[in-house]
Design a protein around this ligand. Structure first.
Ligand code: ZN
Ligand code: ZN
Length: 169
């Protein structure tokens, strides 16, 4: 299958990136990886109940691409709960639209634009901040991607012209 050239848009980073069955050592479990675009597909279609059409628009991909993506993601989740696997969320051909910052001192989490930077926690003034997008190896790349697409919310809820973008098939 040819790899899509365009990056898919993921609204914001996942809060948790590792899941495992209780009481079984990780080394004894098969590993499964849900890519960030598969995670986003589950979030949009199954958590937020978007139609495939709407979800595809949010991610900047075609509806048929979205339908294949969600099928793969659901299969992985089904295997995870039925077979008991160690599931990690990471990777994928994506950029984030927004970011989440977590304070290690007080646990406060706040959502921001992908390009915003914070020196201290707005809640407790601690400087022990974790940048969730950064943890997935994203940040500046996402800012640039957002700019290229004409601004942070340019692609939101807007039908992208057909024929543009090469990841539509
Ligand atoms: Zn704090
Ligand atoms: Zn990025």
């Amino acid at each position: 299958m040819p790899r899509p050239k365009n990056n898919r848009i993921v609204h914001e980073p996942p809060l948790y990136s590792e899941f495992k069955p209780l009481g079984v050592p990780g080394v004894d479990l098969k590993r499964s990886k849900l890519s960030l675009d598969e995670f986003e597909a589950i979030r949009l279609a199954d958590y937020n109940s978007y139609s495939h059409e709407e979800a595809a628009g949010e991610m900047g991909i075609s509806r048929s691409t979205f339908s294949r993506l969600i099928e793969k993601a659901r299969k992985k989740l089904a295997e995870f709960i039925i077979q008991g696997k160690l599931l990690t969320i990471d990777g994928g051909n994506i950029h984030f639209r927004n970011n989440i910052i977590r304070c290690e001192s007080c646990g406060y989490m706040f959502k921001t634009n992908i390009n915003a930077s914070f020196a201290e926690c707005p809640n407790c003034k601690s400087t022990r901040l974790v940048n969730l997008a950064g943890g997935f190896g994203h940040g500046i790349c996402c800012t640039e991607s957002n700019h290229k697409k004409g601004g942070y919310y340019a692609t939101r809820r807007q039908n992208r012209p057909k024929g543009r973008g090469s990841n539509d098939r």
